[in-house]
Ligand binder design. Structure first.
Ligand SMILES: Nc1ncnc2c1ncn2[C@@H]1O[C@H](COP(=O)(O)OP(=O)(O)OP(=O)(O)O)[C@@H](O)[C@H]1O
Length: 270
């Protein structure tokens, strides 16, 4: 729309999914998920325990292969693992850190994996460690870190290569209020700079504060999507008007509704 030549990718979406599906044997983790998320969006991804959020994020970050369906990150199909990894940062709920390393060593290792030149890596690492109050602990082994320190180290590792799409699983859980504030401010700052943030959390106040769009997953299916304001407005009368009310209403009981839509029960397959 701006008229200037930007990049000529097919996709205008930062995250795009079509009929994305993952089954683990008989378990339907994610079913026919469609997403079309604009660059710079903070997308709040909500859903009850076991609704398929982590599985979705693992598919979008190429860690789990979908059973069927397609997805693209920054226009790159998730089948192109190296291509996607360059553009994506992922903070899982329990970041897989190397306990025997110090945070400084771990982050330099991450920087090397992403081919970030040494000087630049050192500068970014020092800035983030400082910002996350980790500078003093940077030369201590991760094995002695608290949950919050591990979480913050994982987050720095996820953003170090300045990905255009960042997927965060419970980024503020286990953090004290000051650290949580730092993370929320960082999310807002990155989104203002056109980073797309896909944020899964059970802490609805974080979503209220940050999300431009909210999607609610239930039993692997997207049962509601829209801006927080629109979702609250659409909520049926009497279901209340907070995001929590919306969440509780749309995830209340969809079992009957979906019973007839189970793909494997459909007659057209075999
Ligand atoms: N590797 C696996 N093998 C078998 N089943 C799995 C596997 N991973 C996930 N599942 C199942 O898929 C479903 C979705 O799980 P998932 O972890 O994606 O949910 P979630 O929404 O992230 O949950 P939570 O909010 O508790 O983290 C669950 O029924 C889970 O038991």
């Amino acid at each position: 729309m701006g008229g200037t030549e930007v990049n000529e990718t097919d996709s205008t979406f930062a995250i795009e999914a079509t009929d994305l599906t993952k089954h683990f044997g008989d378990v339907v983790a994610v079913q026919d998920l469609d997403l079309a998320i604009e660059p710079g969006t903070v997308y709040g991804f909500l859903g009850p325990n076991g609704s398929g959020k982590t599985t979705t994020m693992r598919m979008l970050t190429t860690l789990t292969r979908p059973t069927s369906g397609e997805a693209r990150i920054a226009g790159i199909p998730i089948t192109d693992r190296n291509g996607v990894i360059e553009h994506v940062g992922y903070l899982p709920e329990e970041p897989p850190l190397f306990d025997e390393l110090t945070a400084g060593e771990y982050l330099r290792h991450v920087a090397a994996l992403h081919d970030i030149p040494g000087d630049e890596a050192d500068e970014r690492i020092a800035d983030y460690l400082d910002r996350f109050d980790l500078a003093e602990a940077a030369d201590r082994r991760i094995s002695g870190y608290s949950t919050g320190m591990r979480q913050k180290t994982g987050l720095v590792g996820a953003i170090l290569h300045e990905p255009s799409v960042l997927l965060l699983d419970e980024p503020t859980s286990g953090l004290d209020p000051r650290a949580a504030r730092t993370v929320k401010d960082l999310i807002a700052e990155l989104a203002a700079g056109e980073t797309t943030i896909f944020l899964s959390t059970h802490i609805l106040s974080v979503v209220e504060e940050l999300a431009d769009v909210v999607g609610v997953l239930h039993d692997g299916r997207l049962v509601a999507e829209g801006s927080p304001a629109a979702l609250k407005q659409q909520a049926e009368e009497g279901t209340g008007d907070t995001l929590e009310d919306v969440f509780l209403a749309v995830t209340a009981d969809h079992t009957e509704e979906y019973a007839s839509a189970e793909p494997e029960a459909a007659a057209d397959g075999a």
